[in-house]
Design a protein around this ligand. Structure first.
Ligand code: PLP
Length: 406
């Protein structure tokens, strides 16, 4: 079969697609994926250390059990909305609800939608429990919670907000991992604190134990809810099923998306029974929990649990961090390395991240960058030791090449 050429793809984008991704799209047309590998239209193989680009394909590309579940479900029933009961949705809800004390589930289609649902739920809960003035939500500077109007407002980064004002009222930002400032910010009308357990998009910064425990306690003291955005960190990526398990605490509400469907678009908002105050008509989604995506998510959860992927994420994440540390000995441009499971970042002493990403692409390795001085790896949890070795060896060659040319 003749595949689309890069030139044709770029021409179509220029003519028909909003130019939202033009600056960040890598110059390849990806046509196939399997596990940690993808292939372009010319048949060239790439090792994908970004899980499809944005930490989605945690179980790898086209995991056979996910593919089988999608194919089977597509042949039986693709869609029925929530006016009816469907089997995959019930199975998925039971599985998700059994994973923590946040047992009540709302299914949707993306991380932003899951966070939007969490924001609405927290406001409704506070209104019912504490009256109309308790509506403020505190989030962190440099956080990322999505691109809808409420979630860009929750996102503590002006660059995502500029041009779209007026924003949603009732949000305030505090520096991440700064407990005294959070304490000061906890006024009576705060209804929720919403945090990523690990700042993901801005470069893999885990919350300290002191900070997240402090946030939990402050919420309890002030009658506010703790919302954790596990859209990126959830479902094994950090080496625990949920990142909050590293802290031995539980949120009142948390959200999932990226890794939940093995690649298909699905999100979830989960709440403790005490916070689960939505009533009929309060919230909804036409596609939320539709049979096709729910069946994919059921298969994905089974793969994560039955194939030991959480443990592999922990082990391979540590192995990759060791590999990067060994590169530091020969490449002084690596100024620092952070990692928690399969969320890894390396700070660079020179602004060469863009060039490194381009060079790695040439050598068959997909990596992510933050600004021009940080590399970010968000590999699939199915990564093997051989693939990790290959990635480190390509990075070694690439660092040598790019630094020499800089
Ligand atoms: N929350 C976090 C922590 C994320 O990393 C992202 C996406 O990068 C989102 C929310 C938004 O998810 P989506 O793009 O599926 O709306």
């Amino acid at each position: 079969m003749d595949h689309l050429t890069l030139a044709k793809a770029q021409a179509i984008e220029q003519e028909y697609i909003f130019t939202l991704y033009t600056q960040i799209r890598q110059p390849i047309v990806v046509v196939r994926g399997q596990g940690a590998l993808v292939w372009d239209a010319q048949g060239k193989e790439y090792l994908d250390l970004v899980s499809g680009g944005r930490a989605v394909t945690g179980v790898g590309h086209c995991h056979p059990r996910v593919v089988e579940a999608i194919q089977r479900q597509a042949g039986e029933l693709i869609h029925m909305t929530n006016d009816f009961y469907t089997e995959p949705q019930m199975e998925l809800a039971r599985m998700l609800g059994g994973l923590s004390s946040c047992r009540r589930v709302f299914l949707c289609n993306s991380g932003a939608e899951a966070n939007e649902a969490a924001i609405k739920l927290a406001r409704k809960w506070a209104k019912l429990k504490h009256g109309p003035l308790k509506f403020e939500i505190i989030t962190a500077l440099n956080s990322f919670h999505g691109r809808t109007l409420a979630t860009i407002t929750a996102t503590g980064q002006p660059k995502y907000q500029q041009g779209f004002e007026p924003l949603v009222p009732g949000f305030r930002y505090v520096p991440y991992n700064d407990l005294p400032t959070l304490k000061e910010a906890m006024r009576t009308h705060v209804c929720a604190v919403m945090l990523e357990p690990v700042l993901g998009e801005s470069g893999v910064y885990p919350a300290t134990q002191e900070y997240l425990h402090g946030a939990r306690e402050l919420c309890d003291q002030h009658g506010a809810l703790l919302i954790l955005d596990e859209v990126q960190t959830g479902l094994g990526r950090t080496g625990k099923m949920f990142a909050f398990q590293h802290y031995d605490l539980e949120p009142d509400i948390f959200t999932l998306a990226k890794g939940l469907g093995g690649g298909v678009p699905i999100g979830a908002m989960l709440a403790k029974e005490s916070a689960a105050v939505f009533e009929p008509g309060d919230h909804a989604s036409t596609f939320g929990g539709t049979p096709l995506t729910a069946a994919a998510a059921v298969a994905t959860l089974k793969v994560i649990e039955e194939e030991g992927l959480v443990e592999n994420a922990r082990a391979m994440g540590a192995y990759l961090v060791d590999g990067l540390r060994s590169l530091q000995a020969t490449h002084s441009v690596i100024a620092g390395i952070r990692g928690i499971g399969m969320m890894i970042a390396a700070d660079l002493a020179q602004p060469i991240a863009g060039k490194l990403r381009a060079d790695c692409l040439q050598r068959g390795l997909l990596i992510n960058i933050v600004g021009n001085s940080m590399l970010r790896l968000i590999p699939p949890m199915v990564l093997t030791r051989e693939q990790a070795d290959r990635a480190i060896s390509i990075l070694d060659e690439s660092l040598a090449q790019v630094v020499a040319a800089a």
